[in-house]
Design a protein around this ligand. Structure first.
Ligand SMILES: N[C@H]1[C@H](O)[C@@H](Sc2ccccc2)[C@@H]2OC[C@H]1O2
Length: 324
């Protein structure tokens, strides 16, 4: 089988939401290649935490008795609860006994994000948090039924994009699809670029990072961030806003990752993330520092410029990028 599901950006492309049928109810999930739990808002939540959200209604007959989950994210948010086996469908692709992690508690940032009813983690299953019986991701459950064991993210800035399951849509990118081998020893889609470019100036410095559809920005080694913003008039490293800001009318160079010796380029307009003030005086940069993190994070700012193929069809997982 194969299929596609439309994914729609929230304001400022902060995240992308995809309709997923969970036990007969359609929920809007954030498909997240940076985690490995499929967790949803459920009717077990107190109204104070679930008002405004669609919820999964639990059925005791489907409960995986004794199993619980507790997942926390890079930004400090978290969710926890119990686990049910149910049918999950996305883009017409079906997992019949998918572990559906039904929240009994969620952190404030999830409650406040009323357009999001949960996450579908598509990193690797060893990161799944269900105990004592760890569960498999949706992709692990369906990959043997897919025409080809891969999925692809076609995230579009400000408009509908798609997640493709089981096939590569060659109409969604120009030029070549360039692959890097993935090191999934940390359970993530981790790879190393051969270099980067600021504008047309190439640098042969390797960057190790993860492809994370659930992270909004592009987080890079601080030396590279400094080099990039050295080209931007009026740059400030703002403690108030927690990162690099610049006048909203600043001219921004493009930024490219060099993958398999090809430039994969983020256009300048993607590198101005959003205004930090109502008067649109200063804007927050799409590139920020990954200092303190174990790797760089190639999030939405980069992924929006590419067709990203998460491929487990070969002995070694690999990730491919095609310039949109
Ligand atoms: N992989 C990412 C994940 O999808 C989000 S979860 C999330 C939390 C609150 C609001 C929206 C999303 C979080 O930020 C970075 C990393 O953790």
């Amino acid at each position: 089988v194969s299929g596609s599901a439309t994914t729609t950006p929230e304001r400022f492309d902060s995240e992308f939401l995809t309709p997923v049928m969970v036990g007969g109810t359609t929920l809007m999930l954030n498909i997240d290649t940076g985690s490995s739990d499929l967790w949803v808002f459920s009717n077990q939540l107190p109204a104070s935490e679930s008002t405004g959200h669609s919820v999964y209604t639990v059925n005791a007959a489907k409960k995986l008795v004794g199993d619980t989950f507790s997942v926390s994210f890079g930004d400090g948010s978290s969710a926890s609860g119990n686990v049910f086996a149910d049918t999950v469908v996305v883009g017409g692709v079906t997992a019949t006994r998918q572990a559906v992690e039904a929240a009994t508690s969620v952190s404030a940032s999830f409650t406040q994000d009323t357009n999001v009813d949960g996450l579908m983690g598509l990193a690797f299953s060893p990161l799944n948090t269900v105990q004592p019986q760890q569960q498999r991701t949706f992709f692990d459950n369906v990959k043997s039924t897919l025409d080809t064991a891969l999925f692809a993210a076609d995230l579009i800035s400000g408009g509908p994009g798609e997640y493709d399951f089981g096939f590569i849509d060659t109409a969604k990118f120009t030029g070549t699809l360039d692959f890097s081998p993935v090191d999934n020893s940390l359970g993530l889609w981790e790879f190393t670029t051969s270099g980067y470019a600021i504008g047309t100036t190439r640098h042969a410095t390797a960057i190790n990072g993860i492809a994370d559809t659930g992270t909004t920005l592009l987080l890079l080694p601080s030396a590279i961030v400094t080099a990039y913003y050295a080209q931007v008039k009026g740059i400030q490293n703002s403690t108030q806003f927690g990162g690099f800001i610049f006048p909203c009318n600043a001219i921004l160079p493009t930024f490219s990752l060099i993958i398999d010796s090809k430039l994969h380029t983020v256009p300048s307009d993607f590198l101005n993330f959003a205004p930090v003030d109502a008067a649109n005086t200063n804007c927050f940069g799409g590139i920020q520092s990954a200092a303190g993190l174990p790797f760089s994070i190639f999030g939405g700012i980069f992924l929006k410029s590419q067709y990203a193929v998460f491929d487990m069809s070969q002995a070694t997982p690999r990730i491919g990028f095609g310039q949109q």
